[in-house]
Ligand binder design. Structure first.
Ligand SMILES: NC(=O)C1=CN([C@@H]2O[C@H](COP(=O)(O)OP(=O)(O)OC[C@H]3O[C@@H](n4cnc5c(N)ncnc54)[C@H](OP(=O)(O)O)[C@@H]3O)[C@@H](O)[C@H]2O)C=CC1
Ligand SMILES: O=C(O)C1=N[C@H](C(=O)O)C[C@H](O)C1
Length: 280
């Protein structure tokens, strides 16, 4: 049975460690692995001192006992596994990338809000680990990014302004969301420009008129919203809106497991969900 670490498992089942196993995404990942053929929960990790240490990961995720107890020691867990699913925090992800490199296993990173320095460290770890990193693991958002790139390429910057709106639940700690930035990168690629040099992350006070060709971001936070994103291409007298609404974290969790299965046995490097989904 998937998810139960007994000795009579098929040998080719991919053993996955979920770090941040008690979090919103951690629990969704435990549930997803349990239902996806070819994968099993090989370990569950939380930080030292977490009130969830010692609990069964399946019990916490609402699927009953799976015989995997949440621990706080990642290295031995990674050494026994084929891959890691990581939706935690930037600092934790940088640390886990180093351990995944030591263990020479796949590392699927969904964590958002990473700094340039964090990303450089993750890229360095990808010399030895097979890392798939994306601000959004869902099929829908990655397809949306392809459409945004096409629309941005087709519609001239002199005629159409690009604005990206996102709304998430009240517990989210980073802004703009990883998805908003991913969509911004897609728009910038379509326009043939660099996002960092052309983005407007917030507006307040006397801002002056909009700079032609810039890509604007607007962030909303509240309630239990799983993740809403819209890319507006605003022209004179008409407006195109390309949007995605996430209704269940299961879409991200299924994408992450798919990424891990794809990464297994692949040579070390830094990959994206577009690579996994064949949309690159
Ligand atoms: N790419 C994608 O498709 C998606 C990405 N995300 C991203 O995933 C991340 C997590 O989101 P979410 O699940 O909502 O957040 P949560 O806060 O619910 O979960 C994060 C979990 O990671 C744990 N954690 C933090 N540091 C460590 C550590 N050093 N060792 C072990 N565990 C640790 C936290 O523990 P503690 O509470 O004790 O800090 C917590 O249990 C965010 O960056 C979010 O933006 C979310 C959804 C989809
Ligand atoms: O924190 C979240 O919840 C989410 N984070 C990701 C992001 O920053 O875009 C993906 C998803 O929208 C949910």
């Amino acid at each position: 049975m998937s998810g139960t670490p007994t000795n009579d498992l098929p040998v080719n089942e991919m053993g996955l460690v979920v770090v941040g196993a008690a979090g919103r995404m951690g629990q969704a990942l435990i549930r997803a692995i349990h239902t996806i053929p070819g994968a099993r929960v090989a370990g569950a990790i939380e930080r030292a001192g977490s009130p969830h240490l010692g609990k069964d990961a399946g019990e916490l995720a609402g699927i009953g006992t799976i015989g995997v107890v949440i621990g706080d020691d990642p290295l031995p867990a990674f050494a026994r596994a084929d891959g890691v699913l990581d939706f935690t925090s930037p600092a934790a992800t940088v640390e886990f990338a180093g351990y995944a490199a030591q263990a020479r296993i796949a590392h699927v990173v969904g964590t958002t809000g990473c700094s340039d320095d964090d990303n450089a460290r993750i890229t360095a770890a990808a010399r030895h680990a097979t890392i798939v990193k994306s601000g959004n693991m869902s099929l829908g958002v990655n397809l949306l990014a392809v459409l945004v790139e096409q629309a941005a390429r087709a519609l001239d910057a002199d005629d159409f302004d690009i604005e990206i709106l996102e709304m998430h639940h009240r517990h989210k700690v980073d802004a703009p969301s990883g998805t908003a930035l991913l969509l911004g990168e897609a728009a910038a690629a379509g326009r043939g420009i660099d996002l960092d040099g052309n983005s407007v992350r917030s507006r307040d006070g006397h801002t002056g008129v909009r700079k032609t060709g810039s890509i604007g971001f607007a962030t909303l936070r509240g309630g239990s919203v799983v993740g809403d994103h819209s890319v507006v291409l605003a022209g004179t007298g008409e407006r195109i809106t390309l949007a995605h609404h996430a209704e269940d974290r299961a879409i991200f969790a299924r994408g992450a497991v798919k990424a891990a299965l794809w990464a297994r046995g692949r040579k070390p490097g830094l990959y994206s969900m577009r690579d996994v989904l064949g949309l690159a």
